[in-house]
Write a protein that binds this ligand. Structure first.
Ligand SMILES: [Zn+2]
Length: 292
């Protein structure tokens, strides 16, 4: 495994690059030190024609299944040992799926990809990688080192407006008794406030649901503004009880860094179809009893 640590801003945010056979991913170091295998994928090193050598990890209606499975095989080589991916068919909801065992993680026979509709997953089972797919939306990975429970969250402007990250934390509390104060969270690369423009429908929805949300918007043209969804989710984590110094935000914009990431807004116009990034979190071992 080759470690790439070429970017001081990424390092000081708590992240580093891992690369294996041309596949590169962003790892949150403190989350890893807490015992959680984690990664945010990038676009290179795969076999999909988006336009070439793309590591497209989802979207069975836009790519050949054999490409996606080969790309997933390459992506999983970044991690030691055998892992089962547990994903969902994302619908920009605030619905959460609890994955209780490895059998539940696997899709039903004959089903391509994921057949359960939701936008966040929660588990405490070893050797499962909870996976969310994004291209501009915000991926958030959460781990609690005390109860060993963890979550993966997909938060676009819709999911963020429905407070999906707070709901995922509440689910971890209900299922595993995980207190938010112990949790650590990594907010991954996403379309940032520098680029991500929304219209008055989104601005009005946020004003209605979050009366104090003016600070999330930077006005652009009439009736439009750039929205800071990374900050919105960071603040939802803090409001749910996660300590600010245990939240790590990747300083990378998917719309700026199209060399590294798939961007829905960029890709759709350019190629007509969009590759999907994958963000994963899991843990290797059963917790040992009587520890500490
Ligand atoms: Zn940007």
């Amino acid at each position: 495994m080759e470690m790439i640590t070429d970017n001081p801003a990424i390092e000081s945010a708590g992240f580093y690059w891992r690369e294996h056979d041309g596949v590169r991913a962003l790892i949150c170091a403190p989350l890893e030190q807490d015992g959680f295998t984690n990664a945010f994928s990038t676009r290179g090193g795969g076999v999909s024609p988006f336009p070439r050598d793309a590591l497209n990890l989802a979207g069975f209606n836009e790519d050949e299944a054999e490409n996606i499975y080969e790309n997933r095989r390459r992506f999983l080589k970044l991690f030691e040992g055998v892992w089962t991916l547990a994903g969902c068919w994302q619908i920009h909801s605030a619905d959460i799926r609890v994955v209780h065992d490895p059998q539940e993680a696997k899709p039903k026979p004959g089903v391509l990809g994921d057949d359960q509709y939701c936008d966040a997953l929660v588990s405490n089972t070893p050797r499962i990688l909870l996976a969310v797919k994004t291209a501009d939306c915000v991926p958030i990975l959460i781990g609690d080192p005390v109860t060993h429970s963890f979550a993966a969250v997909h938060a676009g402007w819709r999911g963020t407006s429905a407070s999906i990250v707070r709901r995922a934390i509440e689910q971890m509390q209900r299922e595993y008794g995980a207190p938010a104060a112990n949790m650590r969270a990594a907010i991954g690369p996403a379309a940032n406030v520098c680029c991500y423009e929304v219209g008055s429908d989104v601005i009005d929805l946020y004003k209605e649901r979050f009366p104090q949300s003016d600070y999330l918007f930077a006005a652009t043209r009439d009736g439009h503004a750039h929205i800071d969804l990374q900050k919105a989710n960071r603040d939802q984590l803090i409001n749910a009880g996660v300590s600010p110094d245990r939240i790590h935000t990747a300083p990378l914009c998917t719309m700026d860094r199209t060399d590294l990431f798939f961007s829905y807004r960029h890709e759709k116009a350019l190629h007509g179809r969009v590759g999907r990034l994958m963000s994963v979190i899991g843990r290797k071992h059963q917790p040992t009893l009587n520890q500490g």
